[in-house]
Design a protein around this ligand. Structure first.
Ligand code: AMP
Length: 396
């Protein structure tokens, strides 16, 4: 793997694609800075080598060009505090200001460019736009795993302008190494915990995992598609009615392959999708009309936790319930604790990005699991066996 460890950046300008797509509150305070702290080791290595750093990222999904709400200027101060040095900012990611500020950058200094997605060319993977960006640095470093599954200008297309000067940063290297460990070197028993809203989003990964895992735990909203397929009453729970056959197929394949499949046996139900709703518990398949399952129930928590506790490798992707609401976070929290306990006993635990990472962070358990991925969709695609454009562009 071509990582930044193979290069001394002394006197060089490193153009780094980072993922600073962090959540901001209404006053533009960063509410979760995990993605920024994740990039610090890469930035520091280059600065300590005696190089300078030009950072480029996207933030949010701006539709019509520059918008204050999506400006990366909101990140400058916090980044400076974390690095312990001032950070320069260019109000445009291309053009004269970016060129002049990048030229003026001295060894040891840091420049952050304005949101790449203020140009529609970024997501289109426009070659001319990528070439303009490429002029800002001597070496290209990709450390944005969260967007590695996209063939955007700054994540993949740009690499062709650095044929002999492109490297993975530490985030990318760690993400790939950990995903490979899970896929190819998992110590047994290997348990995958899948949750979240839709089975359709995760079907390819589930199918792939059926060849690898000993236990497959399914919770969250997607479990109701399985309950419905089994002929149960699910009230107004989330369901993908066109995926009932798919659910039955997963059950069948798990049996054929000797994978133990665990589905919820009971559920926390509510009479509305609200933290103020009335709640109760119901056995799986026996949810009354007008009620919906929003979390796994206590019996299920006990069963799932025991399986997790006895595992040596754990992959977790997707919450067990609507963990954003206090009333429905118990199942997700219990599973997070079970993963932590297993990790303490020596298991390797990888938390897939997105909502599972948000849940673990909400419970302050990020440091108590083996690795929390910074990529939701990117991790899923990598694990499904797809070649990510951002990875390919550095490797070829
Ligand atoms: P995903 O993005 O597919 O991983 O799904 C994550 C989302 O699924 C979270 O926002 C959860 O609130 C939601 N979720 C989990 N369990 C349920 C459920 N039983 N009913 C509705 N939504 C759920």
């Amino acid at each position: 793997m071509k990582t930044i460890d193979q290069f001394n950046f002394s006197g060089k300008k490193a153009l780094i694609r980072v993922d600073f797509n962090v959540p901001l509150d209404d006053d533009y305070n960063i509410t979760d800075d995990n993605r920024i702290t994740a990039a610090l080791p890469t930035i520091k290595k280059i600065l300590e080598d005696g190089g300078s750093v030009i950072l480029m990222s996207h933030l949010g999904r701006p539709k019509d060009g520059p918008t204050d709400k999506y400006s990366l200027k909101h990140v400058v101060k916090h980044l400076g505090d974390l690095l312990g040095q001032p950070v320069e900012f260019a109000n445009d990611c291309i053009g004269d200001e970016a060129i002049n500020k990048s030229k003026a950058l001295k060894d040891g200094q840091v420049l952050l460019l304005e949101n790449l997605r203020f140009y529609k060319e970024e997501e289109k993977g426009d070659k001319d736009f990528a070439e303009k960006l490429s002029k800002l640095g001597d070496i290209y470093v990709n450390d944005a795993f969260g967007t590695a599954h996209r063939a955007h200008a700054s994540t993949a297309v740009i690499a062709q302008f650095f044929p002999n000067a492109k490297y993975f940063g530490y985030v990318m290297a760690a993400e790939i190494a950990n995903a490979e460990k899970i896929l190819n070197h998992a110590e047994k028993p290997f348990t995958a915990i899948m949750g979240g809203s839709k089975v359709s989003d995760k079907i390819q990964l589930i199918e792939k995992l059926l060849d690898k895992v000993d236990n497959l735990i399914i919770g969250g909203g997607m479990a109701y598609t399985f309950a419905k397929a089994d002929g149960g009453s699910i009230g107004t729970s989330l369901v993908e009615i066109d995926k009932l056959d798919l659910a039955l197929d997963i059950v069948k394949k798990a049996k054929e392959k000797g994978v133990k499949l665990y589905l919820p046996v009971d559920n926390v139900i509510a009479d509305a999708f609200s933290n103020d709703a009335n709640t109760n518990t119901a056995k799986t398949g026996q949810i009354p009309d007008g009620w919906m399952g929003l979390d796994i129930g206590p019996e299920t928590v006990a069963i799932f936790s025991k399986v997790v506790a006895e595992s040596k490798t754990i992959l977790w992707n997707g919450p067990m319930g609507v963990f954003e609401m206090e009333k429905f976070l118990i199942g997700t929290k219990a599973i997070a604790n079970a993963v932590v306990e297993a990790t303490k006993k020596g298991a390797f635990s990888l938390i897939g990005g997105g909502d599972s990472a948000a849940a673990v962070s909400k419970f302050n358990l990020t440091d108590d699991v083996s690795y929390v991925s910074t990529g939701g969709g990117a991790l899923l695609e990598y694990m499904e066996g797809k070649e990510l454009p951002g990875v390919k562009a550095i490797n070829e």
